[in-house]
Design a protein around this ligand. Sequence first.
Ligand code: HEC
Length: 111
Amino acid sequence: MANIQLRHIKLWSIGKAKNWDLLNYEAQKLERDFYVASGFYRSLPIDNIALVAQPLRRLMEAANKKDHSLYVRAFDELTAGCNSCHEAGQVGYIRIQIPKSSPFSNQNFER
Ligand code: HEC
């Protein structure tokens, strides 16, 4: 989940920079991480992967269409999906929010 948390911040930075190729790449990585995580965590309510699968698809769609407002909506839905699953998994106290800044000063997210 720490990996997933980092990717969530990256996706936000990338979307702000409108770097559509990188957004597609990173959304696919996050999608894969969820499937890997579902194999590791017994506690992971697997049906709830759907809560993030749909927003992730929409992020990829936004990247393909280079549509910033679709990206913003999909990112909000993704974040809500994180929290819905935490509620369902009895860890509702782990609350995810839209990032306020990024720790990735060593990666350039601009196009
Ligand atoms: C399919 C369900 C599910 C989804 C979707 C989900 N999580 Fe989680 N998450 C969990 C569960 C369950 C835990 C508690 C795992 C444990 O403690 O063993 C957790 C724990 C966490 C933690 C605490 C990990 C730590 O070591 O401090 C973070 C941070 C986190 N999730 C971030 C996210 C983010 C960001 C998203 C969305 C991009 C997300 N999660 C989506 C189920 C989910």
